[in-house]
Ligand binder design. Structure first.
Ligand SMILES: NC(=O)c1ccc[n+]([C@@H]2O[C@H](COP(=O)([O-])OP(=O)(O)OC[C@H]3O[C@@H](n4cnc5c(N)ncnc54)[C@H](OP(=O)(O)O)[C@@H]3O)[C@@H](O)[C@H]2O)c1
Length: 335
């Protein structure tokens, strides 16, 4: 076993429910168990990582902890017959970055059943531009398609559109030919969203009806909702006949109200998206589409790249809902 030392972002619980982040030196021996050791080249920042990094016992039970639900890099050691040293691989979700040491460290050790090979024509950086956010947007898109919400049937709403999931969803849906309406709280970021392919950009307030009416004017045939709360409630009441809403996130609230009328009078379908625990066969279906027909022509325009040292301020910004696009973290040649 390698004794190699490396750097990682470590979140300590200094007193009960008081957390502190710092870059520390760790050794591979200390890492969570698994049959594959990966030298991490790139990671990515997700809202969930920021919650774990701020201290959130619902996500990470035990601190000290290294967050990061996404990691892509090179196999350093493998006792699994599925992978050999030197292969380019990545991991998104499962328990990575939750209670398993995550991608904000220069090495991870994980079960081989979580690992996917990076295709020849992709770099580890490009994989992390998608990461959990792209995979999650991909699940929503796959569910729209297999439920016959195909391009040409109507408009698709994406909420929290400038966020990590939102921005990739806007770009991938647009590339697939959908008419995307992007809803955002950042009025100064309209051009960013148009540039990703959005046909219309509307304000967050336009999708926040508090009238209590059980049904609203039909506006969209599909929606990818990253925010929950009264926004999700508004969407469900505004979806057209047999339309579909994919519920992904909760940045506004984890609660929402609805009556049964959208479901029994309009046949609205509400589906839940869970990326972390998706089975490998389902995962590969989505990733194979991202590797091929859903691959973006210029994914760099979605991202801001930072280093492990710069990550702290990016964590603060995502917690305030202030990020535009995705943050990709370069983990190599660092420190
Ligand atoms: N189900 C899953 O498997 C899964 C996977 C990944 C993420 N998620 C969840 O999806 C959500 C988005 O994740 P992310 O990583 O994309 O986060 P993110 O980058 O922070 O994006 C969230 C976006 O939501 C908008 N927003 C922020 N605060 C808001 C508020 N109070 N009310 C309304 N909109 C608000 C902002 O976009 P605008 O300024 O453009 O409005 C923000 O950029 C999170 O709740 C995350 O936990 C779930």
């Amino acid at each position: 076993m390698s004794m190699e030392k490396f750097k990682a972002l470590v979140v300590d619980e200094v007193r009960e429910n008081v957390f502190q982040r710092s870059i520390k030196e760790k050794s591979i021996e200390e890492l969570s168990q698994g049959d594959v050791i990966i030298k991490v080249e790139y990671s990515a920042l997700n809202f969930k990582d920021a919650l774990s990094a701020r201290g959130h016992k619902g996500i990470t039970r035990i601190y000290p902890h290294t967050p990061g639900v996404d990691a892509a890099g090179i196999i350093k050691e493998s006792s699994s017959n599925l992978f050999v040293t030197g292969e380019k691989v990545f991991v998104t979700g499962y328990d990575l970055g939750m209670n398993t040491d995550g991608g904000f460290g220069q090495y991870i050790r994980v079960p081989s059943g979580w690992v996917i090979k990076v295709p020849e024509n992709f770099s580890t950086k490009e994989i992390m531009i998608y990461g959990t956010a792209g995979f999650t947007a991909g699940i929503a898109m796959y569910e729209l398609q297999r439920n016959e919400i195909t391009p040409g049937k109507g408009k698709i709403l994406v909420t929290g559109a400038t966020g990590a999931v939102g921005s990739i969803a806007v770009a991938m849906l647009s590339k697939a030919g959908y008419d995307v309406v992007a809803s955002t709280g950042k009025t100064d970021k309209k051009d960013f969203l148009f540039n990703l392919g959005a046909k219309e950009v509307i304000s967050r307030e336009d999708v926040n009806d508090t009238s209590g009416k059980p049904l609203l004017k039909k506006q969209w045939i599909g929606a990818i909702d990253n925010v929950g709360g009264s926004t999700l409630s508004t969407i469900i009441r505004s979806i057209g006949h047999r339309g579909l809403v994919a519920s992904i996130g909760l940045v506004q609230s984890d609660k929402f109200e609805t009556t049964v009328y959208p479901f029994i009078l309009r046949g609205v379908r509400l589906i839940g998206v869970d990326s972390a625990e998706s089975h490998m066969d389902y995962r590969l279906k989505i990733w194979n589409k991202i590797f091929d027909e859903w691959r973006l022509e210029n994914p760099e325009k979605l991202i801001k790249e930072c280093t492990l040292i710069e990550l702290d301020k990016e964590i603060e910004l995502i917690l305030m809902g202030g990020q535009t696009g995705k943050v990709v973290i370069k983990m190599i040649n660092e420190l």
